[in-house]
Design a protein around this ligand. Structure first.
Ligand code: HAM
Length: 418
């Protein structure tokens, strides 16, 4: 038997309403903040991610689904949403749009070849937002406020927002040097990835999953000690504004994020719920001041974040928050005999045009089995259609929960239900 690929999951009809509810709720928040949806292709040129995410990151080095197409071009199933959005922003010259900044959201599957565990999949759905074309601490605050609004709109409470500034490129140069001096004497004790990153990208060492408990990690220099005046004042403004609007945060000087394009504000939202499991990051994001230019666009900057719906569902589960199935079935038509079945199929199509949710039996079951089926399907009302009903044009509309019956003409059935 062919099985589902490892790290992927089917969302079955019994659960899909949860996804729809989550997506609708998140889109609602986006509306409030005036963000519009963007949809980009599932695959892009491999080069886009190599350049944007960075060739020393785990995503690019180990996790990409890369393949050659029939024209011998290297393509990659997108592992994240920011690079494609920025590519589209440049390609569609959105920087020339009079309506600035460009504020978009996306809700799309991403692909990373990771080791499967709770909360970590090879295909997962990221809901993300990006604001491009503005460098202002207030838009950073808008993005952070949106992140919290996303989670709070579900009533989630066990949340901890971690923020940091990883400064501008100048601040980072000094910091990279300090990290090299700190790690180099003992670099033999680190994994082979870290050994190669000490020269190419020492900040990546701080994000290493294998060596995260090495004692030198805790004593490593902090980026916040290397921020130049401009970076520092940007960070201060973001924090003071967060204080003003009452968004709580924890400063986390070790937060560097797993992608290379970040500058200044970087953040992750953690679940502090006991039941959540070992991967506690619900969402992550930050500012990316060099990315648009790096992808051959103009000198514009952006900020955004993404969460996965899979982890949001885990957080809801961990906090015992249930999503109610909003699906209702207004009427189930129980039929007796061939003629009644034919008639029912016409009746259903009329009632559906009347905006009612209606169903019938298609398996030629007996009356008792049809009532059981109506019950299973959660029908609010049933009617029985037999020879007699067809002749008189009258039916008994039965309320399933109370057993109460009301007589009505088939003609008026829709109105009677409403
Ligand atoms: P990221 O931290 O790589 O950032 O991913 C963001 C979120 O996607 C994570 O916090 C997590 O919720 C979810 N996620 C990542 N990998 C997996 C996985 N294997 N299984 C389930 N969920 C996962 C980015 O992707 C950036 N593009 C975010 C961003 C937007 N930065 C600026 N704008």
């Amino acid at each position: 038997m062919i099985q589902i690929p490892r790290g992927t999951q089917d969302i079955l009809p019994k659960d899909s309403y949860k996804w729809q509810f989550i997506e609708d709720t998140l889109i609602d928040v986006c509306e409030k903040y005036n963000y519009q949806e963007i949809r980009t292709p599932i695959f892009e040129s491999t080069d886009l991610f190599v350049r944007a995410v960075g060739d020393t990151t785990d995503i690019v080095n180990k996790e990409m689904y890369t393949f050659k197409d029939k024209g011998d071009r290297s393509m990659t199933l997108r592992p994240e949403g920011t690079a494609p959005v920025v590519r589209s922003y440049i390609e569609n010259k959105m920087y020339g749009d009079p309506n600035q900044p460009i504020k978009v959201f996306y809700n799309q599957p991403m692909f990373r070849y990771e080791r499967q565990q709770k909360g970590r999949y090879r295909q997962f759905v990221q809901f993300g937002v990006e604001a491009i074309g503005v460098e202002d601490p207030l838009i950073d605050v808008e993005i952070l406020s949106m992140l919290m609004a996303f989670y709070e709109s579900f009533g989630l409470k066990d949340l901890e927002l971690h923020i940091n500034s990883i400064g501008d490129f100048d601040s980072r140069k000094e910091y990279q040097k300090a990290l090299q001096e700190h790690f180099r004497p003992s670099i033999d004790e680190f994994c082979s990835d870290c050994q190669s990153r000490i020269d190419s990208n020492p900040m990546r060492i701080l994000d290493c999953k294998k060596d995260k408990n090495h004692p030198l990690m805790a004593t490593a220099p902090k980026i916040t000690d290397y921020l130049n005046e401009e970076s520092l004042s940007y960070y201060e403004k973001v924090k003071s504004q967060l204080d003003k609007i009452g968004i709580k945060y924890v400063e986390d000087p070790n937060l560097v994020r797993g992608l290379d394009y970040y500058t200044h504000t970087a953040f992750e939202l953690m679940s502090t719920s006991d039941g959540f499991g070992s991967i506690t990051t619900l969402a992550g994001g930050g500012r990316y001041n060099g990315l648009v230019e790096m992808l051959d666009g103009p000198k514009e900057t952006g900020i955004g974040f993404a969460l996965s719906i899979e982890r949001l569902l885990l957080a809801l589960e961990a906090e015992g928050i249930e999503i109610k199935n909003p699906h209702t079935l207004d009427l189930y038509v129980v039929t007796i005999g061939e003629e009644a079945r034919d008639y029912a199929s016409v009746l259903l199509s009329r009632l559906r045009k009347n905006k009612l949710t209606v169903d019938m039996d298609y398996k030629a079951r007996g009356v008792g089995a049809q009532f059981r089926d109506a019950d299973r399907k959660g029908a609010t009302y049933t009617i029985v259609l037999g020879e007699n009903e067809l002749e008189t044009g009258q039916v008994k509309l039965k309320h399933m929960a109370t057993g109460e019956e009301v007589e009505t003409s088939i003609e008026n059935l829709g109105e009677a239900i409403k």
